[in-house]
Design a protein around this ligand. Structure first.
Ligand SMILES: NC(=O)c1ccc[n+]([C@@H]2O[C@H](COP(=O)([O-])OP(=O)(O)OC[C@H]3O[C@@H](n4cnc5c(N)ncnc54)[C@H](OP(=O)(O)O)[C@@H]3O)[C@@H](O)[C@H]2O)c1
Length: 243
């Protein structure tokens, strides 16, 4: 098998744009999501596999496992997620559990399995995690979403050392993106027409990933101008204070 890229949460939106960019860079691209079987097979050459982070028994998924067991991906992108904007008092236990499984417990468990395969194969890999500017911004009625993005960032910063220790030559990137023009906010009254273009963001993420030499790189892509202009800020950003 040629070198390949696994995009967890790559059926739509930013993840799909990252998978398309991987193809342009001559990688084989494996993109996952719950709806993989509803998208025309091997759309544009991307290999789509079913994965549901909220599965209590198998958050990696059998199809993704087959790829990883045969060969460790050169790049693992952790992208997928869902949005929730609600007063906490209005959130049901099921919604909170689904958000937590989608943004944290599911992908962390899936990554644990990928990492075990990599350790067994003694094969380093580059982990690229799509975080959010919401991990350090106070947003009203988004306590569950924002705090899970912060938890994700905390996991990645801690795990990056373990990754390099166990598989020297591995790298980690955390990209805290601002708001983009994807289907992420579908069903809300948020107007995305003026927001950043996911294809352009995917291209820039790849450019930076390809030239990364350090073990860990974290940066943010904030919304400049009217929201459409990417503004790059390197390093870990301070968290807003609530008042
Ligand atoms: N859009 C923004 O403004 C924005 C800003 C900052 C950060 N982000 C972050 O960027 C990431 C991607 O968002 P996007 O804008 O590309 O959203 P999107 O267009 O809605 O795409 C979300 C992706 O996540 C996958 N996904 C959702 N639930 C999943 C699950 N349970 N298991 C596996 N995959 C799942 C979806 O696939 P299926 O539906 O096939 O499962 C889809 O491929 C998210 O983590 C989000 O928090 C987005």
């Amino acid at each position: 098998m040629t070198d390949y890229v696994l995009v967890m949460g790559g059926t739509r939106g930013l993840g799909h744009a990252i998978a398309e960019e991987a193809l342009d860079r001559k990688f084989m691209a494996v993109a996952s999501g719950r709806t993989a079987d509803k998208i025309p097979a091997h759309q544009k050459g991307i290999c789509l596999v079913t994965q549901d982070f909220t599965s209590a028994v198998d958050p990696l998924g059998e199809e993704a496992r087959l790829f990883v067991a045969e060969q460790i991906p050169q790049y693992v992108f952790w992208v997928g997620g869902i949005f929730l904007k609600k007063r906490l008092a209005d959130c049901t236990p099921q919604e909170i559990a689904r958000m937590t499984a989608t943004h944290y417990t599911g992908p962390v468990a899936a990554l644990a399995e990928i990492h075990r395969f990599a350790v067994r194969a003694a094969k380093p890999y580059h982990l690229v995690v799509i975080g959010s500017t919401s991990s350090y911004t106070i947003r009203e009625n988004e306590s569950v979403y924002c705090s899970l993005k912060l938890a994700k960032a905390g996991f990645v910063r801690n795990f990056s050392r373990e990754l390099v220790r166990e598989l020297p030559g591995s790298k980690t990137t955390l990209v805290n993106t601002g708001a983009m023009k994807t289907g992420f906010f579908a069903g809300t009254d948020i107007d995305t027409s003026h927001l950043m273009d996911p294809a352009g963001i995917a291209c820039t993420i790849w450019e930076r990933v390809a030239r990364q030499t350090v073990s860990y790189h974290e940066y943010s892509i904030e919304n400049g101008g009217n929201g459409s202009v990417p503004v790059f800020v390197d390093g870990i950003q301070p968290h807003d204070a609530p008042f």
